[in-house]
Design a binder for this molecule. Sequence first.
Ligand code: FES
Length: 87
Amino acid sequence: MKTVNVSICTGTACHLMGGAHLLTFDEMLDPVTAGHVTLTGSHCLGLCGDEKNGKAPFARVNDRIISDATLNKLLRAVREEIGLESD
Ligand code: FES
């Protein structure tokens, strides 16, 4: 399995829209999946200033931008990146 980098935006706009909650993402992972996920917080990802990027909070899963991010959206994206789910 490949490593999946999950970056949670901790900038003000994302924080106000619930982004801080996303930093608990690793707690919902099973041990095998968790071993392949690197979770980090990030300063503003630069996505909140343009409506075409969607709504805050934002996160990145490898190169994928996740808008209006939720724990379940992150889990789905991670599983897709690992190859456990198809799009
Ligand atoms: S504060 Fe999150 S993308 Fe700007």
